[in-house]
Ligand binder design. Structure first.
Ligand code: ADP
Ligand code: MG
Length: 657
């Protein structure tokens, strides 16, 4: 059978001359004018000998030799490099793995060398590998080639060290160059990547978009396409396309950037902003509602006190009272979500708190669910609002119960934990330090990762209408964040879910004692109290409640009135009950002014909107008296009495340690 030879050279003259020479010797000759078309041809033909040039477009000779040498189909093919560069770059070129190297020289001499290689090939035994340089004595090295070659190497080094993936692609999308970053981004070895189809590297859904980008390519403009990012080998990338117009071909340089990490950060930020916006909205609504509820609650209670025990209207009023109680729970929840509630922060021992809550847990989960509590030894203390922590536990327990409709196990665990350094598992955002971890696990239905991603969003629920509000976990999140803690969730569908809450450990003895049973009688007094509140309904209510219990109540609807009273009132004022946020001047500012006119009064702040401004004014400072709107008559007089009593007691000296 006729032997087959493939000649690869970008010079048409060379191809013509070689064809003529080889056909005369009795060979069947195939030609290709660049690496890419040679590789295409090799898919159909397996030649006995390949002659290849080194400097050529669309996959150069060096890469071409590498690909040939890795192709098992061509392991018996004789590979001959025929190039002008051999004279200048002997050492490097001899490493290309070809069998023979012939420098380009005069046609006559070249013909001789080619014939001797052909003769050698005939004699050659199967599998015998040569690495032989032929006719170097006939070549004359040229300085200029050497210099150009150096220059090229320099650019090659730059391209290799770029962090961006760089590829050159033909207008049909075939890859003809790729730098190491591109190779690692794509995740395909170079010899497979070269000549392959660029479009197919991308996620199916993105292919059409890239093809359109190519077909509408303007030869004079760079195109950047990053939004939305494209999916490549499990990563998100942006693509810049730089058209290159040669006299007879058009290719494009593509810069590929891995934007996965940036995208992830952006998504997190977006989520945080969303939560913030919803929080503000919720906080704003809660504020207005609290004022209204205070009035409803207060007057209802006053009416109840005034009505005889057997009055038929009592029932109606009691229903109103129940409804307002529900409404205040809701506004409290909204404030928790917006993280704008004033916390009653205390140093506390979680274990003690949990012991008191056992009954509540049992009641919530019912009989089909087994409750296991594992309280850690020597548990550190945390600083939190005990009422809020109870809320957190309640919400998590209710969810766990809902996740185990046919029974299971609820485990509540506490433990100390030291985080040494931010780890990937924590997503790196729990700072190093000592923590107390409260974990609540169930053996319930679990969640998919799509659900898990959204559970902290307010109003996100998978439960049917009427069963879920979607506020449980957003409340938990708000409370935990406001307590300086963090929350983690692990869940597996069908297996169960674990919530872990990290509270920073604090030093110091627990400040929570068992609450004394509240007395049923409303306290009374004869002290003088100045009520400063711009909201008329609330002010009138407070004055009425206080007056009923024997106090002398003075009222001021703004700063001016309050100042006037302080200046002119001859008798003592024992306590000032004052709103935190008022139009002209904030409560604390006004108190400051009032102190210039008189001393010796106590201050009790009230607010339905304890937002950031409140924090700035130091309301949360230890020792400040505070009552949250809406309050009941009972809550108000108790608080007033408590503050007044405290001011009369001499302060206890500190216990020596
Ligand atoms: P709600 O309970 O009103 O739906 P939440 O904010 O408490 O609102 O919870 C939001 C969603 O999170 C639930 O609808 C449920 O899909 C999911 N979820 C919460 N806790 C669990 C859990 N322990 N197991 C499985 N899914 C849960
Ligand atoms: Mg819930």
């Amino acid at each position: 059978m006729e032997k087959r030879i493939l000649v690869v050279d970008n010079h048409p003259l060379m191809l013509k001359w070689m064809t003529h020479l080889l056909e005369k010797e009795g060979y069947q000759v195939f030609t290709a004018e660049d690496g890419l078309s040679a590789l295409d041809l090799l898919k159909m033909v397996t030649p006995d000998i390949i002659f290849t040039d080194l400097i050529m477009p669309k996959i150069d000779g060096e890469k071409f030799c590498q690909i040939i040498r890795k192709d098992p189909k061509l392991r018996n093919t004789l590979l001959v490099v025929l190039s002008a560069m051999i004279a200048e770059e002997k050492e490097k070129i001899l490493k290309l793995g070809a069998d023979f190297y012939i420098p380009k020289c005069s046609f006559n001499k070249m013909a001789d060398h080619i014939r001797s290689v052909l003769a050698e090939a005939d004699r050659r035994g199967e599998g015998l590998k040569r690495n032989e340089l032929i006719g170097i004595e006939d070549a004359n090295p040229r300085e200029i080639t050497k210099e150009l070659f150096e220059n090229r190497k320099h650019f090659e080094v730059i391209l290799r060290s770029m962090e961006e993936g760089i590829l050159e692609v033909t207008s049909q999308g075939r890859v003809i160059y790729c730098n190491p970053s591109a190779i690692s981004l794509v995740g395909v070895p170079e010899e497979e990547l070269l000549a392959s189809n660029f479009f197919n590297l991308f996620h199916e859904a993105d292919r059409e978009r890239i093809k359109t980008l190519f077909s509408t390519m303007d030869p004079h403009r760079k195109v950047v396409n990053g939004e939305p990012p494209l999916r490549l080998n499990g990563k998100l990338v942006s693509l810049s396309l730089l058209p290159i117009l040669d006299e007879d071909s058009q290719t494009a340089i593509l810069l590929v950037n891995d934007v996965s990490e940036r995208k992830e950060m952006e998504a997190k930020l977006l989520q945080a902003q969303k939560m913030e916006a919803i929080g503000r909205l919720a906080g704003g609504i809660a504020h207005d509602f609290n004022n209204i509820l205070t009035v409803i609650k207060g007057y209802t209670q006053l009416s109840l006190i005034d009505l005889p025990m057997n009055d038929s209207l009592r029932k109606n009023l009691e229903e109103i009272q129940k409804a307002t109680l529900k409404a205040s729970t809701l506004t409290r929840q909204l404030l928790a979500i917006s993280r704008h509630q004033v916390l009653d922060l205390k140093i506390l021992d979680l274990n003690l708190l949990l012991k008191d809550m056992d009954k509540m847990f049992q009641r919530v989960i019912g009989e089909d669910i087994e409750l296991v509590t594992v309280l850690g030894d020597h548990l550190g203390h945390i600083r939190a609002d005990p009422g809020q922590i109870e809320q957190v536990l309640l919400n998590l327990t209710v969810n766990a119960r809902d996740a185990m409709p046919s029974g299971g196990r609820l485990t509540i665990e506490t433990s100390n934990r030291v985080i040494q350094k931010a780890s990937i598992r924590n997503h790196g955002d729990i700072p190093p330090g000592r923590y107390v971890v409260l974990s609540v696990s169930d053996t319930g239905v679990g969640m998919t990762s799509e659900v898990k991603d959204r559970i902290f969003e307010p109003f996100f629920t998978t439960k049917e209408k009427g069963k879920g509000t979607g506020l449980g976990l957003s409340t938990v999140y708000g409370i935990v964040k406001q307590s300086g803690g963090d929350i983690r969730v692990e869940s597996e569908v069908g297996k169960g879910t674990t919530f872990q809450i990290y509270f920073p450990q604090v030093e110091g003895p627990s400040e929570v004692e068992k609450e004394a049973l509240a007395e049923m009688d409303l306290p009374s007094g004869n002290e003088t109290i100045l009520v400063v509140e711009d909201e008329e309904d609330v002010r009138k209510l407070a004055v009425k409640i206080l007056g009923r219990q024997g106090f002398d109540a003075l009222e001021a609807s703004n700063a001016g009135e309050a100042l006037l009273i302080c200046e002119q009132w001859q008798e003592p004022i024992h306590l000032i009950l004052i709103d935190v946020v008022m139009p002209q001047m904030s409560g604390p500012q006004l108190v400051n002014r009032l102190q210039r006119y008189r001393q010796g009064f106590e201050v009790l702040y009230m607010s339905g909107h304890p937002d950031d401004t409140v924090l700035h004014h130091g309301i949360l400072k230890k020792g400040v008296n505070y009552i949250q709107k809406p309050f009941t008559a009972e809550e108000l007089v108790r608080k007033v009495r408590e503050v007044l009593n405290r001011s009369m007691k001499p302060s206890t000296p500190p216990i020596p340690q």
